[in-house]
Unconditional design. Structure first.
Length: 454
């Protein structure tokens, strides 16, 4: 949002150390590596880096406003630059204050999405469908925490008619903090899995944390739930409106006659009172549910189905989330952004749709706590008779292979480098291969290994 220098000063109660010529600003960044001259530089201090030490780097890239909470420079250093510098007590507090101020100036509907898995895919579908009629702003990437979400709100385009945001968490209270700032009109919970169970201990506590998204709701607000989730289907309240999506007829929006293939998903449903056939070029039964959420949002905003269908061929691709790569005779399902038991099973289901030899290359799932061994073992059992070959890499490689029945086609490696040494003994280069692990495993390296070896 476009803000004046005086507005920012008043909001932050800061001290203006330097004043440049530019009076209006509308974007913000905390990263000098990719900052542009149109953006405000907010100097955040972390455990490893202190952003205040990179102010000069930002200014040399043409930045016209810096907000800092520590001064490591003399004013004379900036004499040759046209820049304003504001000193505040704490830049994290400044981020919160500025985001709250921006929200107070907005008169548009905000949609907030959370859930253990599927947040980003659902956000992309909601965005794509809504843009068939409206000017929509979405948070880019997974800027969904106490820094990324407020900064994304500050960066909202002035002409936006709807905002779509993603809210993440690892503990209680975090979504409450984000929701208090964002004040969404519509909230979406995709599912309740076991991601972050290491910190929250039970799925019931995860549900409690996710439901914080409704903490500031009243009768004018709407919550959209995935009714196929065992915990979400039991959520009830009279404080706000609940819409449910799923596969059963007791849902407000439900899919029937679902057909899954390696080309996409096909199903039928009733939209605005009319029976409709839907064919989407995205894979997996889980994406039927994600798309139903997006359709329900569009129904609320009264978007005709023909406008939504016009977007089907130009859906956004979400970086490293089930990206289908064709390389020579090999098909790679690149899903190495993140992993949880729920998303692992969904990805294996997608792989099972292919007709040629099906291979899983799986790595560790993070933040599963004391039940990590169990959840990894559970995946190997789930993969039985759905795939032809299992390759497990990392700390939980033995647990992955524990219940996979075809031991001749189950391979364990401690590191990616160990796998690389043996890859041509295991694979022929003609398979369909799912690559999936938590982000910390850096499994994107495996794609380059496969391309190099074949």
């Amino acid at each position: 949002m476009t803000l004046s220098l005086q507005e920012i000063l008043n909001c932050l109660s800061g001290t203006l150390l330097l004043k440049g010529k530019q009076e209006k600003f509308n974007k913000m960044s905390i990263d000098t590596r990719n900052i542009t001259q149109e953006e405000i530089f907010l100097a955040i201090s972390g455990k490893i880096f202190d952003g205040n030490k990179y102010v000069l780097d930002a200014v040399k890239k043409g930045v016209k406003l810096c907000i800092i909470d520590k001064k490591y420079f003399d004013n004379d250093v900036f004499q040759e630059f046209d820049v304003s510098v504001i000193l505040v007590k704490n830049t994290l507090d400044a981020l919160e204050k500025l985001s709250i101020y921006v929200r107070s100036k907005l008169s548009i509907d905000i949609i907030a999405i959370t859930g253990s898995v599927g947040k980003t895919t659902t956000k992309e579908l909601v965005y794509d469908f809504l843009t068939s009629k409206y000017k929509v702003y979405k948070v880019f990437g997974n800027f969904n925490n106490h820094i990324g979400m407020p900064m994304s709100l500050i960066n909202i385009d002035d002409d936006s008619e709807i905002g779509v945001f993603e809210l993440g968490m690892s503990g209680l209270g975090e979504i409450d903090y984000l929701t208090k700032i964002l004040k969404p009109k519509i909230a979406i919970i995709t599912n309740i899995g076991v991601s972050h169970i290491e910190f929250l201990k039970t799925r019931e506590n995860i549900l409690k944390a996710k439901m914080e998204i409704t903490n500031y709701f009243d009768e004018d607000n709407i919550l959209i739930l995935n009714n196929e989730d065992g915990l979400l289907k039991n959520v009830n309240t009279f404080k706000f409106k609940i819409y449910r999506i799923g596969f059963s007829e007791n849902c407000d929006l439900f899919a029937k006659n679902v057909c899954l293939s390696e080309q996409g998903i096909k199903f039928y449903f009733t939209y605005n009172g009319e029976n409709e056939e839907i064919m989407l070029p995205i894979l997996g039964k889980h994406n039927v549910l994600n798309s139903l959420i997006a359709f329900k949002v569009c129904e609320i905003f009264k978007i005709p189905i023909n406008l939504i269908k016009s977007k089907f061929d130009v859906l956004s691709s979400s970086s490293m989330r089930q990206e289908i790569l064709k390389y020579k005779d090999m098909t790679i399902i690149n899903d190495c952004y993140n992993a949880s038991p729920t998303s692992m099973k969904s990805s294996i289901d997608v792989l099972s749709l292919y007709s040629n030899e099906k291979v899983c290359i799986l790595g560790d799932m993070a933040e599963l706590g004391i039940k990590s061994e169990f959840y990894h073992s559970e995946i190997s059992e789930y993969a039985n008779y759905k795939i032809d070959k299992l390759i497990a890499i990392g700390k939980y490689r033995q647990a992955y292979c524990e219940k996979f029945s075809d031991k001749r086609n189950c391979f364990c490696f401690e590191t990616i480098e160990d796998f690389e040494k043996n890859v041509r003994d295991i694979l022929k280069g003609t398979e369909t291969i799912l690559i999936k692990a938590s982000r910390s495993s850096r499994f994107e390296k495996i794609i380059n290994i496969l391309k190099d070896k074949f």
